[in-house]
Write a protein that binds this ligand. Structure first.
Ligand code: NAP
Ligand code: GDD
Length: 344
C-alpha cells in the first residue's frame, strides 16, 4: 500500500526538500499551505504543477485546531512532519505572542488531532517535530547533545522548547510514535532571504554584478554549525522509520563564524568582504546566541546518518545559485528585492 505523508511548512526551505525526498520514495505527499495574497509556492512549483502533480496542497494554518483535525481525519497519514513555524529568531522578538501561538501551541494542536484520530485507527501514526538547536541558546556545555539542558535566548527558542517537551510528553502519555529532530542551522539556495547565510550570498552576488553597493549585517562573531538542508531532511525521514520514537541531534560538528561565511562567499566571487560589509547595530538581537555546535553521534550510530555536503561546498552552492539568480534579474531589467531595509 502506498504510504501517505503530511508535511506542515511544505512551502518552506525544509518542506520543499522533504517533499522531494518523500516523492522519490513513492509516498503520496500532502502539504499544508497557508492562505496568502501571493502564491508563496515558489520552492515547490515543480511538485504541484502539471497534469500529474506529485504533492497535493491543502489550505490550513497551525493556529486553526479544527481545520488541522479535519485535515488529518481526511488524509489519514501514516507520517506527519511538523515543519511549520514562525521560524525567524529576530522576528520572534517583535512578534513573541504570535510566535508562541504558531510555533509552540501549533505543535500541541497537531498532537491533539493525532491523539484523537489515533484512537480509531489500527496503524500507529508517526510524528516528526522540528525542534531546534536554538533551544540550547546560552549553551551550558559544548558540543551540545541530546542530554544537554536547554537555555533558550529568544521567544522563538522558548516556543521551540515547548514544542519539544509537549511532543515528548505526548509520546510518554499516549504512546504516540513521536520523535524530535534537534536540528542545527541548515541552509541551501532555497534558504529564506533574511537568514544570515542567504542574506550574505544574495547580496554578494548582486554586488558582484553592480546591482547593490553594501551589505549591512549584525554580529559577525556569532558561531554556528551550518549544514545542508538536503542532507538534514534525510535524517527526519530516518527518525520515523525506527521501531521506537526518540530524539536526535542533527549537526555537522563544525564551527564557523558569520565573518568566515562572508570571507568565503566574497572570495568565491573574487571580492574582499571588508570592502562591502558594514556592521549595523539594528541587526543585533536583544539576547544573542553566541555559539552552537552539535554532537550528532547518536544520529550517526542509530540512524546511520552523516552529512554529505561540506561547509565549503555549501557556500559555493549558495553563491553560485544566487549569482545565477542575480543574472536573471539583471537581464530581466528588474530589482525584485524589496526587503533591503527590513530589520532581520
Ligand atoms: P521556513 O523556510 O521559514 O519555513 C517555515 C514554513 O512554515 C513555511 O512553509 C511557512 O509558510 C510555514 N508557516 C509559517 N507560519 C505558519 C502557520 N501559522 N501555519 C502554517 N504554516 C506556517 O523554515 P525552514 O528553514 O524550512 O525550517 C523548517 C522547520 O524547522 C521550522 O519549524 C524551523 O523552526 C525548524 N528549524 C529550522 C532550522 C534551520 O536551520 N533551517 C534549524 C532547526 C529547526 P509560508 O511559506 O506561507 O511562510
Ligand atoms: N538574520 C540575520 N541577519 N542574522 C545575522 C545578521 C543579519 O543581518 N548579522 C549577523 N547575524 C547573526 C545572528 O545574530 C545569529 O547569531 C547568526 O547570524 C545566525 O542568524 P540566522 O541566520 O538568522 O539564524 P539563527 O541561528 O538565528 O536561527 C536559525 O537557526 C535556528 C537553529 O539554530 C533559524 O533557521 C531558526 O529557525 C533555527 O531554529
Amino acid at each position: 500500500m502506498q504510504r501517505r505523508a503530511l508535511i506542515t511548512g511544505v512551502t518552506g526551505q525544509d518542506g520543499s526538500y522533504l517533499a522531494e525526498l518523500l516523492v522519490s520514495k513513492g509516498y503520496a505527499v500532502h502539504g499544508l499551505r497557508r492562505r496568502s495574497s501571493t502564491f508563496g509556492t515558489e520552492r515547490i512549483e515543480h511538485l504541484i504543477r502539471g497534469n500529474d502533480p506529485c504533492v497535493e496542497l491543502h489550505y490550513g494554518d497551525l493556529s486553526d485546531a479544527s481545520g488541522l483535525a479535519r485535515l488529518i481525519r481526511q488524509i489519514r497519514p501514516h507520517e506527519v512532519y511538523n515543519l511549520a513555524a514562525q521560524s525567524h529568531v529576530r522576528v520572534s522578538f517583535d512578534q513573541p505572542a504570535y510566535t508562541a501561538d504558531v510555533t509552540a501551541v501549533g505543535t500541541l494542536r497537531i498532537l491533539e488531532a493525532l491523539r484523537d484520530v489515533q484512537d480509531d485507527t489500527s496503524e500507529q501514526i508517526r510524528f516528526y517535530q522540528a525542534s531546534s538547536s536554538e533551544m540550547y541558546g546560552k549553551v551550558v556545555e559544548t558540543p551540545q547533545k541530546e542530554t544537554t539542558p536547554f537555555y533558550p535566548r529568544s521567544p522563538y527558542g522558548v516556543a521551540k522548547v515547548y514544542g519539544h517537551w509537549i511532543t515528548v510528553n505526548y509520546r510518554e502519555s499516549y504512546d504516540l510514535h513521536a520523535s524530535c529532530g534537534i536540528l542545527f542551522n541548515h541552509e541551501s539556495p532555497r534558504r529564506g532571504e533574511t537568514f544570515v547565510t542567504r542574506k550574505i550570498t544574495r547580496a554578494a552576488a548582486r554586488i558582484k554584478l553592480g546591482m547593490q553597493e553594501k551589505l549591512h549585517l549584525g554580529n559577525l562573531d556569532a558561531k554556528r554549525d551550518w549544514g545542508f538542508a538536503g542532507d538534514y531532511v534525510e535524517a527526519m525521514w530516518l527518525m520515523l522509520q525506527q521501531p521506537q520514537a526518540d530524539d536526535y541531534v542533527v549537526a555537522t560538528n563544525e564551527l564557523h563564524t558569520v565573518r568566515e561565511f562572508c570571507e568565503l562567499t566574497f572570495s568565491r566571487l573574487g571580492l574582499d568582504y571588508l570592502d562591502f560589509v558594514e556592521v549595523d547595530p539594528r541587526y543585533f538581537r536583544p539576547a544573542e546566541v553566541d555559539l552552537l555546535l552539535g554532537d550528532a553521534t547518536k544520529a550517526r550510530t542509530t540512524l546511520d546518518w552523516t552529512p554529505r555536503v561540506s561547509f565549503q561546498e555549501l557556500v559555493e552552492m549558495m553563491v553560485d545559485g544566487d549569482l545565477e539568480l542575480a543574472r536573471r534579474e539583471r537581464n530581466a531589467g528588474g530589482d525584485t528585492i524589496s526587503q533591503h531595509r527590513m530589520v532581520a
